[in-house]
Design a protein around this ligand. Structure first.
Ligand SMILES: [Zn+2]
Length: 173
């Protein structure tokens, strides 16, 4: 996946999926069903234990996003479900108000759900597991972490796919 041609193909597919939203859902609920189901099951347990609630007001992503009841600075996605830590802190880089979501982190997580539409059953092996191991490694051995968190291909391409998603919403692409 690291070669230029493969990434170009990924970006073309991501753009196409963002332009044709029905394809995003079709792929996530067929080819990518494995993680989409796990996402819904996870969400179900987080909702009945009152750990998260649905984000009500967000122009671009509103209904897809669930916020944690407690303050966290992380977000994650499983299939089409995005769980976003609720910072409720206002500063320059994390512009939150009471129930607002940090747009760039949400956009990034949406990008992972676009990856799920594209990679389907392989997503868990080429993105989720490496990403979890990497996250653990970087937070356990911060002095050994090389480069930025978003430098690796599956993080960088998630951010870009997320930009396509929002761009379609605002009709730029
Ligand atoms: Zn990520």
């Amino acid at each position: 996946m690291k070669s230029m041609n493969e990434m170009n193909l990924f970006y073309k597919l991501a753009k196409f999926i963002c332009k044709h939203r029905w394809l995003y859902y079709l792929l996530n609920y067929t080819w990518g069903l494995f993680l989409t189901l796990i996402g819904w099951i996870t969400l179900f347990f987080l909702l009945i234990t009152d750990k998260v609630y649905r984000n009500q007001d967000n122009d671009y992503f509103g209904k897809m996003i669930y916020l944690t009841r407690k303050k966290h600075d992380w977000a994650f996605s499983i299939g089409t479900i995005v769980i976003c830590g609720n910072l409720r802190v206002i500063n320059n880089s994390w512009c939150y108000s009471e129930d607002e979501v940090n747009l760039s982190i949400v956009q990034h997580e949406i990008g992972h759900s676009i990856q799920n539409a594209i990679f389907g059953p392989f997503m868990v092996f080429i993105v989720n597991i490496p990403s979890m191991i990497r996250y653990w490694y970087r937070s356990t051995f911060p002095q050994k972490a090389k480069g930025g968190y978003y430098d690796i291909w599956f993080e960088k391409s998630a951010s870009i796919a997320g930009i396509y998603w929002k761009a379609k919403w605002t009709d730029i692409i």
